[in-house]
Design a protein around this ligand. Sequence first.
Ligand SMILES: C[S@@+](CC[C@H](N)C(=O)[O-])C[C@H]1O[C@@H](n2cnc3c(N)ncnc32)[C@H](O)[C@@H]1O
Length: 265
Amino acid sequence: MQISVVTLFPELVSAGNRCGMVRAAIEKGRLTVAGYNPRDWSADRNRRVDDRPFGGGPGMLLQPGPISGAIDAAVDEDGGTRPLVVALSPQGQRLDRHVIADWAEREQPLVLVCGRYEGFDQRLLDSRVDVEYSLGDLVLSGGELAAMVVVDAIARRLPDVVGDAQSVVEDSFEADRLDHPHYTRPPEWEGRGVPAVLSSGDHRRIAEWRSEQALMTTARRRPDLFLQHGPTDNERAALERHWLAGSNDNPGQPTDTRLITGGGK
Ligand SMILES: C[S@@+](CC[C@H](N)C(=O)[O-])C[C@H]1O[C@@H](n2cnc3c(N)ncnc32)[C@H](O)[C@@H]1O
């Protein structure tokens, strides 16, 4: 899969390419990440790419010319399927795992465009960008970290990159549920033990325990996941067992009783 990153700081993105899953994906030939610096398309002899906003106001804006030059070069470079041009912006749609999974599964070539200063000239967005995506309701000083989040989240979903593919399938959000708690050695740490079932060797009971724990964590922390994708009949029964019976394992209460009474999948 080909990802091009249009950025004033290609060295920042390259640093991410040298670590962890992104590095593994690149080394296994599953992913190519190329940087395009808009300064290389600046007409200014000092390679300037910013200017004051029309109408006044604080800060500087990226000029459209150098950014469009870098985007056009990245699009042309790809040669095959036309890449999707994505601007990273706090005004974009919220990035989530569905978007990432879709891009990774289709190996959709991407051009990720990183803003700086006050962001992009609107004409650049109108003429070159297919879609804007945001990391969430916070403002970064540049799009590079957001682009690196996209690259990392995609890399771990590409075939043969994560050692045990099952671990990706069991991650939070995969089945619209959060992950279950994990424990490793030592069996006792600072006076805290490990749930006995995990040492029982009974794989059916372990799987049941994990799935119930994932269910409870989701209900307590992210009931919105349930409200979008209602609990199955089995999950509803487990929730009733734990909460309505006042289970010691899970003393919390669901924040929304529709979790228990809502329609099943
Ligand atoms: C300081 S921000 C510009 C913010 C812009 N003036 C606004 O209020 O929408 C500079 C750049 O950082 C990136 N950025 C900031 N917050 C982001 C977010 N939540 N998600 C993705 N990119 C973000 C964008 O590329 C943006 O152009």
